[in-house]
Ligand binder design. Structure first.
Ligand code: SF4
Length: 614
């Protein structure tokens, strides 16, 4: 089949059985790839109510049709499963080179089922697939493990791994690859750890058949040239997302002191130029990337190498835990990467613990030491305890929502999460559309699906009208890139035009999609993942879309937006508008009409069979 590896590889870790099935033409055309395949497979194959960390959960790794081709930045892969962090649909995407390798080995999807009784890793060399012993790797850091397997298997293998946090089932453990790229969110590393899979190593030698090779070459070159011609390419390449913290602070969106404020004193020290001078040794890009944003760093005072920190890490470890020294943040980023922890959730959880300590909700006796914002030892102590699930770390390892439920007081008000997923790095009390985007994200409070702070600035930060429409538009465009196996940052950051993608998809796959068709498929997946949450949680609906009370009861404390808050009434206005435009009911549940119109009649039947009144 054109544009695809052509196969689905299924590995049962309980029985050791393996099975390679051809990918069907219908599946490819209707769901495109990556997130589309993951959502459909998880809907079809998971029974509601299963334990996310039990053998009945499945970890699905999938990429899309443009991955591994010469279309710029075709290097993305996603992992999906029922999330142990949220209990609903979980998914996280990652760059690097493993997506292309997977295609060259002949696979668009790899499904891990069951659970191994002992540590193992998956060895894939084209159609040679083995479950190998990993007892010599268990306990090692995520980056150390990748290095050890590269030494063992050879440089030509592309490898993804988990760290000790994944082994210990910390709910926000990530999957790592390429010495610093992560599928960080929703605990996909936790699911991999629950299956006792330490790593997946892939080496492929096949080529990807293309519907029109000549046209793909011409179009691919045109797209590359188009990216190279973009005005802000140099700025983006020089700093990547490390160029964002100062801007975010100046507009009052930088999470500070567990989101009490949106402005950090001393944030100018986190500037990308300073990071470049002090730490960056090389730029680093994913497969086929024309605009490499990775910054490979040496952090001299701590004698460690690390990729990044990128913006979200600097926001959540830096601002949220009040660090203004970029080398300290670089070091803490390295610790999280090696332990295999999502830096967004880790920074969020630790900032929350620091505030609990400051407010007397946590004591020295409970924690084992005194916690302080901006104190390197406090962060280091907690992150190691979390990864080992020792003492207070065993509670914090469950995520900020669970921790607040245990600590009590009014801590649930400042546990910064939605649906159990810790909030990404933008304080949004002065950005209603961005607030709505994180509230309604199908995964929990995550920036991957829609990010709209610049829209709020452009049309007015107090304006509510029209915000829902913009959020919905973005929730279809941004995740569209997670259908095709391509990075979205060329579109987001350097202004590369969307119009190129339907055309190049036609040359690669032979499927003649219009832009509108592609957005409809993205919308269909959106409705499916929302329905997934409802299938899991009987009383799912509007109440799961609210942010923590801090965002509607407390005003921003300092900086340009001091005094700002979004009231519950304003949040309800945004939600009402959003649900209406989506064709959902006022409780935020997809209606029969909407699902059928999207071609999701099978979802209606399943929901009904589980007693949902639709
Ligand atoms: Fe990877 Fe950054 Fe390039 Fe995207 S822009 S493909 S994340 S290096």
């Amino acid at each position: 089949m054109y544009g695809y590896g052509g196969n689905i590889l299924r590995i049962n870790l309980t029985t050791g059985e393996m099975n390679i099935q051809p990918l069907s033409q219908d599946m490819a055309r209707e769901w495109i790839g990556q997130r589309g395949f993951i959502a459909k497979i998880l809907w079809d194959e998971l029974k509601p109510g299963i334990d996310p960390l039990g053998p009945a959960n499945k970890l699905v790794m999938s990429t899309g049709p443009l991955a591994g081709t010469l279309v710029p930045a075709g290097g993305k892969v996603s992992f999906g499963a029922k999330s142990p962090a949220t209990g609903i649909y979980g998914e996280s995407c990652m760059g690097g080179h493993i997506a292309a390798e997977m295609k060259y080995a002949g696979y668009d999807v790899i499904i891990l089922e069951g659970a191994s009784s002992k540590p193992c890793y998956i060895y894939i060399k084209d159609d040679q697939v083995e479950i190998r012993d990993a007892s010599h790797l268990w306990g090692k850091g995520a980056i150390q493990t990748e290095k050890a397997l590269k030494d063992e298997l050879g440089e030509e293998f592309q490898i993804c791994t988990i760290g000790p946090a994944g082994e210990k089932l910390v709910k926000y453990a990530c999957i790592s690859h390429d010495f610093g790229r992560q599928a960080g969110r929703t605990g996909m590393g936790t699911v991999m750890g629950s299956k006792k899979v330490k790593a997946i190593a892939i080496c492929g030698h096949n080529s990807i058949p293309l519907a029109d090779l000549e046209a793909t070459v011409v179009k691919g070159k045109e797209m590359l040239k188009g990216c190279f011609a973009k005005e802000n390419l140099d700025e983006w390449q020089n700093y990547g997302t490390a160029g964002v913290p100062v801007w975010a602070n100046n507009i009052g969106a930088f999470p500070t002191k567990n989101f009490q404020s949106s402005y950090l004193e001393g944030n100018e020290n986190l500037d990308g130029k300073i990071m470049r001078e002090k730490m960056v040794v090389n730029d680093k890009g994913c497969f086929g990337c024309p605009s490499p944003c990775g910054k490979y760093c040496y952090v001299k005072p701590y004698n460690v190498y690390t990729e990044g920190p990128e913006y979200e890490t600097t926001a959540l470890i830096g601002g949220n835990c009040v660090f203004t020294d970029i080398e300290q943040i670089g070091y803490l980023n390295y610790l999280c990467d090696e332990l295999g922890l999502d830096t967004i959730s880790a920074g969020n959880v630790i900032g929350f613990a620091m505030e609990c300590f400051e407010k007397g909700i946590l004591t020295r006796e409970q924690v084992g030491m005194e916690l302080k914002f901006g104190d390197l030892e406090s962060f280091k102590y907690l992150v190691e305890k979390i990864a080992a699930r020792e003492g207070i770390g065993n509670i914090l390892a469950e995520g900020v929502k669970y921790a607040a439920e245990q600590f009590g007081g009014d801590s649930i008000k400042f546990a910064i999460q939605v649906k159990g997923l810790e909030w990404s790095g933008y304080e949004s009390r002065s950005a209603p559309s961005n607030m709505l985007a994180y509230m309604t994200c199908d995964l929990g409070a995550h920036h991957n699906r829609a990010w709209s702070v610049t829209h709020d600035i452009a049309v007015g930060r107090k304006v509510l009208e029209g915000k829902a429409r913009k959020v919905i538009e973005l929730q279809h465009i941004r995740p569209f890139f997670d259908l095709i196996g391509c990075c979205r940052l060329q579109w987001v950051e350097i202004g590369f035009e969307l119009e190129h993608y339907p055309e190049v998809l036609r040359y690669v796959t032979g499927f003649d999609y219009s832009q509108d068709d592609l957005m409809k498929i993205s919308e269909k997946v959106w409705n499916l993942t929302r329905a997934f949450a409802w299938r899991e949680i009987e009383d799912f609906g509007r109440k799961y879309d609210y942010p923590p009370a801090r965002f509607y009861e407390e005003t921003v404390t300092t900086g340009p937006n001091a005094g700002d808050v979004l009231s519950k009434e304003e949040l309800d206005f945004l939600l009402d508008d959003y649900y209406k435009l989506r064709g959902w009911d006022l409780n935020g549940l997809p209606t029969r009409e909407k699902l059928e119109q999207m071609g999701l009649g099978f979802v209606v039947r399943q929901l009904e069979s589980y007693g949902r009144k639709i």
